[in-house]
Design a protein around this ligand. Structure first.
Ligand SMILES: [Zn+2]
Length: 172
């Protein structure tokens, strides 16, 4: 795992500063404007942003550079930097509500930074596991959930680049 996640060697939480060679995407060398061919996020003025109108225009612009953004690379290569694991009978009694809170929160954050997103939400035996491209996003989802539904929250940052593991549980 360590070897693989190193591919994304970003040092800051928003993935803007590279610390190790990245075979997929040298952000410093990214030519602007660049468009992600998977999610249509745009790289412009040194940051990733969502602008569907501009993306549509760039589709016909020979000056646009087609790339795969770091979030889509992490999703495709399955390298989450945030893992939120939910447990407890309360979860299954309020599953729909809880999923909605997580999705709404992720959508809101994603508008600000399109590189922060949920890769997938999976039920694994008695847990619901949410994987995110961004470590900070996993923490924010956990905190938002706890604010709305109480429960026990545990947050653990480890590794390089840092992976954030968040555990939440509530039994009644
Ligand atoms: Zn993308």
């Amino acid at each position: 795992m360590q070897r693989n996640v190193q591919k994304f060697g970003f040092s800051d939480k928003r993935g803007r500063t590279r610390t190790t060679p990245d075979p997929y995407l040298a952000e410093a060398a990214l030519k602007e404007p660049a468009v992600c061919q998977t999610c249509q996020a745009i790289y412009r003025q040194k940051r990733w942003q969502l602008d569907p109108m501009l993306a549509a225009r760039l589709t016909h612009d020979p000056a646009a550079h087609w790339v795969t953004c770091p979030a889509c690379q992490k999703a495709a290569g399955h390298y989450p930097e945030g893992i939120l694991t939910l447990r407890g009978s309360y979860l299954w009694n309020h599953e729909e509500e809880i999923r909605r809170i997580l999705t709404n929160t992720a959508d809101r954050i994603g508008l600000r930074n399109p590189l922060e997103r949920v890769i997938r939400i999976d039920r694994r035996e008695e847990s619901l596991v949410i994987e995110t491209t961004d470590n900070k996003l996993a923490e924010q989802l956990g905190r938002t959930l706890q604010k709305a539904h109480s429960g026990e929250l545990q947050i653990d940052w480890q590794g390089s680049p840092v992976v954030c593991r968040v555990q939440w549980e509530r039994w009644h």
